[in-house]
Design a protein around this ligand. Structure first.
Ligand code: AHG
Ligand code: MN
Ligand code: MN
Length: 343
């Protein structure tokens, strides 16, 4: 058994220690991150027994305890909402799973200072096959002065983010986050039920040899992306090409691997998804914030993802994210061969 005494810092210890880094109401953001980590542990537990669904009951059926078994994305959504409601630091939530924003209370004097955007379960199509999934979250300060919060609180560009992070439910579960002072990663030690600092001050290598994209859509990509993909496949000893293609289909997992090893993730526009597939608020912004804080880049082709001003909470945006030199290269191809715009 690993001896944690004096050797490992827990997430709770770490965020308290870092309180001084926050520009605003320090205690509240600390509590908010801690609420998120509690929900993450509950979802981790549930994801880990997903394979037992045949024993415990199918989705929609009652399980042995007489509870109705929920789909994991619904379950995760409910857990994060419940944790944020209990905490009281947030006035409203925007979730990929809900059409409208969720108000924490109907009180006109709701004094929660933050709003949270989240993708409660990213990569949900991977659950049935025991492949990594994740949760992505983004925290903003509300722009409205008081009350239950409104949509404008969410329509802020990523440059206004107070914190961004993700949890990956994988061979180990990890929580990775930034508040704008670098990126830190914590691995869940199930024996003590704590996220422990395992990846301090994460930096994305400036270059790598992994590219991640759903290459099945090749014919549907813009010309610049097609040309870049050909470039990835060419032989060139000096730049370590051909690169390896790795695509899990859970953005969190693909991004996390690329951040550790060096690599690039692309989800461009396609013929059937002319604005891209991934969501600006729930997926792209928080990961872009982490990428930049780790020394990497995130762009929609000609500019930073973080500078895109959202027009609706479910906006989609094309994304190229990861190792800085790789992202720049892909951007060069896109600019040379395609027209890049977000609207
Ligand atoms: P979600 O499960 O939250 O809907 O997100 C899935 C996303 C993302 O995680 C992944 O990179 C992408 O969709 C995969 O899409 P394709 O199947 O089109 O490649
Ligand atoms: Mn997702
Ligand atoms: Mn999702």
């Amino acid at each position: 058994m690993i001896n944690h005494l004096h050797t490992t810092k827990t997430l709770t210890e770490f965020i308290i220690e870092k309180q001084a880094d926050f520009r605003y109401s320090k205690g509240e953001l600390t509590r908010l991150l801690s609420d998120i980590s509690i929900a993450a542990k509950i979802v981790h537990r549930e994801v880990n027994k997903a394979g037992l669904v045949d024993i415990l009951g199918d989705v929609g059926e009652e399980n042995v305890q007489g509870e109705v078994v929920q789909k994991l994305d619904v379950y995760a959504n409910n857990q994060f909402i419940a944790a944020l409601k209990a905490g009281g630091e947030v006035c409203a939530i925007a979730s990929e799973e809900n059409e409208e924003i969720i108000h924490i209370s109907s009180r006109e004097d709701d004094d929660g200072k933050y709003v949270v955007c989240m993708d409660p379960l990213d990569g949900s199509s991977n659950i049935d096959s025991n492949v990594s999934t994740g949760t992505i979250f983004a925290i903003y300060r509300r722009t409205s002065l008081s009350g239950k919060g409104n949509i404008d609180d969410f329509l802020q560009p990523g440059t206004e983010l107070v914190a961004g992070g993700y949890i990956i439910y994988g061979s180990s579960s990890m929580l990775v986050y930034t508040t704008g002072n670098g990126v830190n990663g914590f691995t869940l030690d199930p024996s003590i039920g704590e996220f422990c600092l395992s990846h301090p001050n994460v930096k994305i290598p400036a270059n790598g040899r992994i590219y991640s994209i759903n290459q099945g859509y090749f014919e549907h990509f813009p010309e610049g992306i097609k040309k870049y993909l050909r470039y990835c496949q060419e032989d060139d000893e000096k730049t370590n090409r051909p690169y390896s293609l790795r695509y899990i289909g859970s953005m969190v997992a693909d991004f996390h691997r690329n951040m550790i090893k060096g690599g690039i993730f692309l989800y461009p526009t396609t013929i059937s998804a002319p604005k891209g597939k991934l969501r600006l608020l729930y997926e792209c912004n928080p990961l872009a914030f982490i990428a930049e804080q780790a020394g990497g880049k995130a762009t929609y082709g000609s500019n930073r993802i973080l500078e895109v001003v959202p027009t609706g909470i479910h906006d989609r945006v094309p994304i190229i994210i990861g190792s800085s030199e790789m992202v720049e290269k892909a951007e060069d191809f896109l600019q040379q061969y395609s027209t890049v715009a977000v609207s």
